[in-house]
Ligand binder design. Structure first.
Ligand SMILES: C[S@@+](CC[C@H](N)C(=O)[O-])C[C@H]1O[C@@H](n2cnc3c(N)ncnc32)[C@H](O)[C@@H]1O
Length: 876
């Protein structure tokens, strides 16, 4: 809470007080006018100014200082004002006709440019003017202003935020073009005063006298808001500041007349004896102990140091402090015999002193209601918490602070926070058991509460289906969030797109083992047999696994026997060793896409020149290992590309037991044809660019150095990453797995060094365009030289010149030939001013020139844009 400015004691003598003293102003209020004038600058141009309620004359001093030298300044106040140079003053009541006449006599038929009013009724002093409240005084000053102001003149008045405020502003708006309320910095915060600057006086010929009639202007509001209602509203506001002290409230109902300060003190006796303690605490700033009785209370035991400190500044107290003060008051009231001792109550509102006996039934009813309310509040709290977590997660995703894994964790947390049921089924069951059995164990109160909460949730999520539904909902929500995250990445991050593209192409080129990736298992590729399909399938990632299955089913309905499909779904690394060979083969045949690209990649590898020499050796090796085996490479391609091949081909693999698979020939053809093309493309790419990854280079070197054989590579393809079951897993999880859960192909230093050297060589190559430009330059230089040589020959052949002259001329020619021709500067002439619409050469421009027109440039661009858009539309 900000510190309120003090108007009492030493606080009164603030910086403006000191400044006023320093600068010779009679009142610190002078700075209010200085600041208002700084903002609106009405004094510098004014020739005549009337200051109503001007004593002691601070504003008059300012007016005299800022207004032009020969201007007229008139000041009026109830009390006489000490003379000020260039200022005429009267002692009069501004609400009287006498005052009006005095001003009229002084001004004659002059009109004022500015009328100032800083009046406040001097309540309770010698010159009591209680007949008028502040608002009425303002209205009276406005009446004078309306009479003396020039058209377009300015009226500055002080008003207080009271119930009449809006009505006053309404009247101002009827007479002035611009009305602004402002509080200059020198006006104390504790004061409810503000200043209204009304500019651009409309000077209507006839002004309705009702505008200046307080009964009429303030009638409506007083009628709509009776005094009791108003005081009730104020009390409500005061109470709210006690119950919710953190919240700052505005005095929307305005301040009471004559009560224009925000800082209020009251004696402790008033607090102890008042009817409504809460309103009291919300109204006052400080409880004082001035009387003897109050001083005595200070020495009592119940008046602890805390209570004393709390009384010092009520505006900085928290709810607990207010409670303590109310307790202290109750205790003191009991001491003083003002209150009969009742059972101690924790309630803040001391008026609730229930003494009547409540019967048992009502008690039960009340207890039930309380419990219901508590349960509702708890549910609401939890809902809010879950929503907050959700919103936070989305926000974090938008800010890219959250990795997909984190999202999962957050959601998990949310689930824990909001639905313990999911993860504490055991506990819940145990609880149900307990409930059904002997009853609850007597544990601590807190535990009891928690149990209660779990009971509630158990009731809600009693059935298994309910739980499953909840889990499914959560997963769907997670998937949705992940999709949004991916979308967001796509939109925001160009790099991500590149990465994705690279990832896809990598998946095409790299041989990461014989896997059963979600995409790989998409049987639809059998039909399409193209990369586009794979891409599309990738894009579909995140779709329900059941969808995949169903599409698989459709595609493969005729292709594979039901049994093999089933096996494909259930196969996993946990399969027994005896079944594994068969199972793997089944998986391979069932998933031509998974194996096809891999084997093609392998084929590409082995088709490289690099392996040309190695092949024979490897073959030898293989022969040693497996006598009856033919060229594995060949066999692999046969097997992969013609999955429906006969058992002859199958038998090439002693490691594999191929399960024959029915496949329509068309499909196989399509697959093969597309695959061939792709293979060729890849081969061409590798031949053109060579090996581009360190892994590929390492494997190639290992093969060339005979550290590895092809069989080794194939065997390594069957790793723990190859047969991961991916059915039913959410897309974000699969994405993450694809990123991190894969076999690491070891990289050798030599391979990395070789790749780096290759890159360096690539970097060192000049950019094509530069190379072309250089070549052009060279060619032109050669042409020039040739020309010069020819000319030199001609010179040499002429007989009329002496040898010396010839040499000189040849030297000149050669020098000219060596030098590139200087381009002639083209003068740019802007087609505006004298050159606008000019045809032909502009005056004073010699040599080559070009006319430029910024408009023309824009128009040309717009034309091109339009044409482009039209073309697009036509295409669509
Ligand atoms: C805050 S002071 C004005 C200070 C002044 N602006 C200055 O800078 O020195 C308010 C003045 O209003 C004057 N006042 C109050 N009611 C008045 C009335 N009915 N007619 C004339 N003056 C009045 C008081 O006498 C008091 O001097």
């Amino acid at each position: 809470m900000g510190k309120a400015q003090k108007k009492t004691g030493k606080g009164r003598l603030d910086k403006y007080y000191k400044l006023a003293k320093e600068q010779g102003y009679r009142a610190r209020s002078a700075f209010k006018l200085i600041q208002l004038n700084k903002k609106y600058s009405f004094l510098e141009t004014a020739k005549c100014c009337i200051d109503l309620c001007a004593a002691p004359g601070g504003w008059l001093q300012v007016a005299s200082k800022y207004m032009p030298n020969n201007s007229v300044i008139v000041g009026v106040d109830l009390v006489p004002i000490k003379p000020i140079p260039r200022v005429v003053t009267f002692a009069a009541d501004i609400t009287t006709t006498h005052c009006r006449n005095l001003i009229r006599n002084e001004l004659k038929d002059w009109k004022a440019d500015v009328v100032l009013h800083d009046g406040a009724p001097n309540v309770g002093t010698a010159w009591v003017q209680d007949a008028y409240s502040q608002s009425e005084l303002v209205l009276m000053s406005m009446k004078l202003a309306a009479e003396f102001l020039i058209k377009g003149g300015t009226f500055v008045t002080k008003v207080f935020r009271s119930a009449d405020y809006n009505n006053l502003i309404w009247v101002f708006n009827q007479l002035f073009g611009k009305v602004e309320a402002t509080k200059p910095p020198s006006s104390r915060n504790v004061s409810a005063e503000i200043f209204v600057v009304c500019r651009d006086f409309l000077a209507p010929k006839h002004i309705d006298p009702k505008f200046f009639d307080p009964r009429h202007v303030f009638k409506e509001l007083s009628a709509t808001m009776p005094a009791e209602e108003k005081s009730a509203a104020m009390a409500k506001n005061a109470q709210a500041s006690v119950f919710q002290p953190e919240k700052k409230r505005r005095q929307r109902a305005g301040y009471d007349d004559g009560d224009y300060t925000l800082y209020k003190e009251a004696g402790a006796a008033d607090f102890i004896r008042c009817q409504d303690a809460v309103t009291f605490l919300g109204t006052y700033n400080k409880i004082t102990f001035k009387t003897d009785e109050e001083k005595e209370w200070l020495n009592m035991d119940i008046t602890t140091a805390d209570v004393k400190a709390n009384c010092e500044d009520l505006k900085v107290l928290g709810k607990g402090d207010f409670k303590a003060l109310i307790k202290w008051r109750t205790a003191l009231r009991e001491e003083l015999g003002l209150e009969v001792k009742t059972k101690p109550t924790e309630e803040l509102t001391e008026t609730v002193e229930v003494t009547e006996e409540v019967d048992e039934e009502t008690q039960i009813q009340q207890e039930l209601e309380r419990l219901n309310a508590e349960a509702a509040a708890r549910a609401k709290r939890e809902r809010r918490r879950a929503n907050e977590i959700k919103a936070r997660t989305i926000q974090r995703m938008q800010l890219r602070m959250t990795a997909p894994m984190d999202i999962g964790l957050e959601q998990h947390d949310a689930a824990l926070g909001g639905q313990d049921d999911m993860f504490e089924l055991g506990d819940a069951k145990a609880l149900r058991g307990k409930r059904a059995g002997a009853g609850y164990d007597d544990e601590s109160e807190e535990d009891g509460d928690e149990d209660g909460a779990e009971d509630d949730e158990d009731e809600v999520l009693d059935s298994e289906e309910e739980r499953e539904r909840k889990v499914a909902e959560l997963e769907a929500e997670l998937d949705g969030l992940y999709d949004a995250y991916q979308e967001h990445l796509k939109e925001r991050d160009a790099k991500w797109k590149v990465k994705e593209a690279r990832k896809n192409s990598k998946a095409r080129e790299e041989w990461g083992g014989i896997g059963r990736g979600g995409n790989d298992s998409d049987g639809s590729d059998n039909e399409a047999g193209g990369w586009d399909r794979i891409q599309r399938a990738k894009a579909r990632m995140g779709e329900d696994s059941s969808d995949d299955d169903s599409s698989d089913d459709e595609d493969e309905a005729e292709e594979a026997p039901a049994s093999s499909k089933k096996r494909r779904r259930t196969d996993g690394p946990a399969e027994s060793e005896s079944k594994s060979k068969k199972a793997r083969t089944v998986a391979k045949l069932d998933e031509p896409k998974s194996s096809a690209p891999l084997s093609r990649a392998a084929q590409l590898w082995f088709n490289q020149d690099l392996f040309a020499g190695a092949d024979a050796e490897v073959e030898d090796d293989d022969e040693e290992e497996d006598e009856g085996e033919e060229d594995e490479d060949e066999a692999m391609s046969e097997y992969e590309e013609e999955p429906s091949a006969s058992s002859e081909a199958d038998s090439d693999f002693d490691d594999f037991e191929v399960v024959p698979q029915d496949r329509s020939d068309d499909d196989a053809d399509m697959w093969d044809v597309e695959g061939e093309n792709e293979d060729e493309l890849k081969q061409a790419k590798i031949q053109k660019h060579g090996l581009t990854t360190a892994e590929a280079m390492s494997l190639a070197t290992a093969l060339v150095n005979r550290e590895k054989t092809k069989t080794d590579l194939i065997n390594e393809g069957f790793n723990r990453y190859a047969l991961n079951a991916k059915d039913g897993l959410p897309s974000w999880f699969l994405d993450d797995e694809a990123k991190h859960y894969k076999s690491n192909i070891p990289i050798t230093k030599e391979a990395v060094a070789a790749l780096r050297a290759k890159m360096r060589a690539l970097d060192a190559r000049p950019i094509k365009k530069i190379a072309e430009a250089k070549a052009r330059k060279k060619l032109k230089a050669a042409q020039r030289l040739e020309k010069a040589m020819k000319k030199a020959e001609g010179v040499n052949e002429t007989s009329d010149l002496t040898e010396r002259e010839k040499a000189k001329q040849i030297e000149k020619l050669m020098a000219k030939g060596m030098k590139a021709k200087q381009k002639k500067d083209i003068k740019v002439v802007v087609a505006k001013g004298a050159h606008k619409g000019l045809k032909g050469r502009p005056k004073g421009v010699k040599g080559r020139y070009v006319m430029v027109d910024s408009r023309m440039k824009k128009e040309l661009r717009a034309k091109k844009r339009k044409e482009k858009a039209q073309k697009k539309r036509k295409r669509a």
